[in-house]
Design a protein around this ligand. Structure first.
Ligand SMILES: Nc1ncnc2c1ncn2[C@@H]1O[C@H](COP(=O)(O)OP(=O)(O)O)[C@@H](O)[C@H]1O
Ligand SMILES: [Mg+2]
Length: 277
């Protein structure tokens, strides 16, 4: 549903241009969960902003659901189809209560009153804020504010939701809640682009993109990324504990059919090692 072809982007820095995206080709299909990672400044936010027309790249084409974003007439429609949840929980709310916040986006799109009521109730239940409908937004935790930001996006019934390091300012509980809601929206059919620098949040993605200096240097699954590519070493990643265990077992010569990614896979492998020793 999202197609980028030969996308380049540069920002002006005083008198010089700084090249941030350098020849990105990318196709994201309807219903995919795609994780994007890369160091600070590698161009992740710039890349995802091109996907909903918030930013029109200096060169190349972006096409969403058949709509070419170089045509200004298509941009409003694409902004509805592809919604972004940003990093800062305090910078995304406009209403003083959750109900008002979700209503704001719906009013802007001219949704009828009765329909609005239904959607507001539904989305606030989906993000489990049904007991905070009329709470003062300022009293919500960071995680609750991010869930509200998700609800306001979901109310507009997008085909794709992009999370741009949406858990990076949250505590562990908030992170888990936001991640779980993103997973459940994906399971219900929404395309999700999950941008993160937390390697742990890559492990259950079937497709991971690594961005280095504005170029996609990896597009594939997690096992190949962590066990067979040179990226973790080259990018100096502190790999998750499960991967460290897998690498260690492999070094010990344990014949592993599959290398572990998830914690629940580890006990069986260790048993195999123990029974062999
Ligand atoms: N609006 C802007 N004007 C100028 N430079 C920018 C702007 N936004 C981002 N940059 C620069 O572009 C590079 C990539 O930024 P960004 O896409 O935000 O990367 P990431 O999200 O991976 O941290 C950085 O060097 C950043 O300083
Ligand atoms: Mg960013």
């Amino acid at each position: 549903m999202i197609k980028l072809r030969n996308v380049f982007h540069s920002y002006r820095d005083g008198t010089r241009m700084v090249s941030v995206l350098r020849g990105v080709d990318l196709t994201i299909r309807q219903g995919e969960w795609v994780a994007i990672t890369g160091a600070n400044g590698s161009g992740k936010s710039t890349l995802i902003r091109t996907c909903n027309g918030l930013l029109i790249p200096s060169e190349g084409t972006v096409n969403v659901a058949g709509l070419d974003l170089s045509d200004p007439q298509n941009r409003e429609q694409v902004k509805q189809k592809v919604q972004i949840v940003f990093q800062n929980p305090d910078a995304q709310t406009v209403g003083t209560t959750p109900v008002e916040d979700v209503a704001f986006g719906l009013e802007n799109r001219g949704i009828h009153r009765e329909e609005m009521q239904v959607r507001i109730d539904n989305v606030l239940r989906k993000v489990r804020l049904e007991d905070k409908l009329f709470a003062d937004v300022a009293t919500l935790s960071g995680g609750q504010k991010q869930r509200l930001a998700i609800a306001s996006c979901v109310a507009l019934e997008p085909d794709c939701l992009i999370f741009d390091e949406a858990t990076s300012m949250l505590d562990l509980v908030g992170r888990k809640e936001v991640y779980a809601i993103a997973r459940s929206l994906w399971k219900a059919g929404t395309t999700v682009i999950w941008v993160t620098q937390r390697l742990q949040e890559l492990l259950d993605a079937d497709r991971i993109l690594v961005l280095e200096s504005g170029q996609i240097t990896y597009d594939g699954n997690a096992r190949t990324l962590f066990y067979d590519s040179d990226i973790p070493v080259r990018c100096n990643w502190e790999v998750p504990p499960v991967i460290k265990i897998g690498l260690w077992l492999r070094r010990q010569g344990v014949p592993l059919h599959t290398l572990p990614l998830l914690e629940e896979e580890v006990p069986d492998l260790v048993c195999k090692f123990v029974s062999q020793a």
